[in-house]
Design a protein around this ligand. Sequence first.
Ligand code: 3PG
Ligand code: MG
Length: 396
Amino acid sequence: MNKVSVRDIEVKGKRVLLRVDFNVPLDATGEITDDSRIQATLPTIKYLIDQRAKVVLLSHLGRPDGKVVEGLRLAVVAQHLSQILGQTVAITSDCIGPDVEQVVKELNDGDVLLLENVRFHPQEEDNDDSFAKALAKLADIYVNDAFGAAHRSHASIVGVANYLPAVAGLLLEREIKTLGGILENPAHPFAALLGGAKVSDKVGMLENIMDKVDSLLIGGGMAATFLKANSYETGLSLVETDRLYTAAELMEGAARNGVHLRLPIDVVVADSLSNEAEFEVVSINDIPPDLRVVDIGPLTIDSFSRELEKYKTVFWNGPMGIYEIPQFAEGTRAMARLLADLKATTVIGGGSTAEVVAEMKLADKMTFVSTGGGASLRFLSGKVLPGVEVLMDKEV
Ligand code: 3PG
Ligand code: MG
């Protein structure tokens, strides 16, 4: 990556504003259900502590829409982080203003402070200039480690970099290096396993990776749109009718590029999306008109598995079915188990795919699990992320 890293600059004794993505899932009682994003940022936090910087953490949590939402306060994260670090992580009641400035001023070298949810201010998402300045006032250096939010042109991601030396954190660097690596020089043969509800979310990425992969395996809700484009009956499945043409074009593109594109050969179909649903396995030739596709079937699991065993690099993004409902999670879970056992380089896209892998405790068995959902899709579409673009370039 041609951006200056936190390792390239002197941080000792400096106030470092470290933008992180602590947007972690919480349960109904407000407890953290998956701390992967916190764990992923630890190398940068520990590095800064070791270098005796004054660490000022800044994050969003959820979408409070510019207002204070009690359930989206970051205190629970501060508490969790201080347990992991074995040192106090104080939390402020706001992320800008004289009181916060005073707390920051009193920090000792090696201290860690977490500022309150930056999205409690509407100016954050507006990338408001005076808000960015108020954030910048808290520090000498800005470090972005929030890969998961690097696709957002918000004040704490973009605007603040106008007012401070801005460099990349270790996680951000690793994300760009790994995801960039599978775009630039993947070990071949290279397969992408794609799922999720919609084709429209994935078109940019599909178009961009088409000339880089050797094989595309498509499952999940979006497979229905591809099946329909191939003239199969898809019953009540969600089909993006405005994307049938796109799906057909993508299939043509695959053929042109010599990319082996595989769709399910059998599917699980159900009468509703609930735990009580009646369901059965059918061939894609026999999808009943009154049922919808909810998962890939056992023959598809088998054929995808045998296929994926041949690859040196496998990228996976998107569940194979409605995995939130246990009866329809088997395809997704089987793919997670398979990838965990492959000898290949396995790279997992963020968002729901990363959540499944974390929930199944398989993250350590993958080469890399991205912390960015939207951000990784955007990056793999070949677009420059605004939060990366604003960081200082390395001198060449
Ligand atoms: C995410 O979880 O996708 C990131 O933290 C960004 O959050 P957002 O999608 O609400 O901008
Ligand atoms: Mg998102």
